[in-house]
Design a protein around this ligand. Structure first.
Ligand code: TMP
Length: 211
């Protein structure tokens, strides 16, 4: 039995990862693959607890290092308990965020040391990396309008990280772009400004050689 393929979705707020990861799962299943879709933080009991802590609206916010360690704990658990076993069984794994979010958000966004974060990521996931990372790139203006319309639809409000200012979000975009430039063989940068179907088509084209 051949090992499964490991795909991560990355990007800033409102880039459409969650919608596109669901669509990709359905498309791969149609091709006959077994597919597991997960997300970060999340995907395990521990990861979902971390998600609650991260999305918590209280004023007592974790400092940048504590925030980083929470994401890394969730990642370690997800890799060991879910992702690695699934790949070994030949299941394709799609994750909505992974290692690159830590470099973009905690490194470029919060200003923590990027080399240290790379090492911490390696420690958290025993050096496992996605085979393909789909970076959904959207103009900041488009991202904000998508987020607002999602909040209106779901009657939800932006969380602590989403509420960070424009500068933070432009640093994230710069960070993701730098990561993609460093590892062009792993990353597929997808222009995600268009309609859902257009973006879906671009993603499918970029993965066709694997399917
Ligand atoms: P989301 O994936 O639903 O957008 O929520 C996850 C939030 O956590 C999002 O604001 C990005 C942030 N995040 C980090 O800051 N670092 C990380 O390593 C991960 C996985 C997520």
């Amino acid at each position: 039995m051949s090992r499964g393929v490991f795909i991560s979705f990355e990007g800033g707020e409102g880039c459409g990862k969650s919608t596109q990861s669901l669509l990709l799962k359905a498309a791969l299943e149609k091709e006959g693959h077994r597919v597991l879709l997960t997300r970060e933080p999340g995907g395990t009991w521990l990861g979902e607890q971390v998600r609650k802590l991260i999305k918590d609206q209280s004023d007592d916010v974790p400092c940048a290092r504590a925030e980083t360690l929470l994401f890394l704990a969730a990642r370690a658990q997800l890799v060991e308990k879910v992702i690695a076993p699934a790949l070994d069984e030949g299941v394709w794994v799609i994750t909505d965020r992974f290692i690159d979010s830590t470099i973009a958000y905690q490194g470029y966004g919060r200003g923590l040391d990027i080399a240290q974060l790379h090492r911490a990521n390696e420690f958290a996931c025993s050096s496992l990396k996605p085979d393909v990372t789909l970076l959904l790139d959207v103009e900041p203006k488009e991202a904000v309008s998508r987020r607002i319309s999602r909040e209106q639809k779901q009657h939800s409000s932006a969380d602590r990280i989403e509420r960070e200012g424009e500068l933070f979000h432009s640093r994230l975009r710069e960070g993701f772009a730098a990561l993609a430039a460093e590892e062009p063989e792993r990353f597929r940068v997808i222009d995600a400004n268009g309609a859902v179907e257009e973006v879906q088509e671009k993603i499918w084209t970029s993965l066709k050689h694997l399917v």
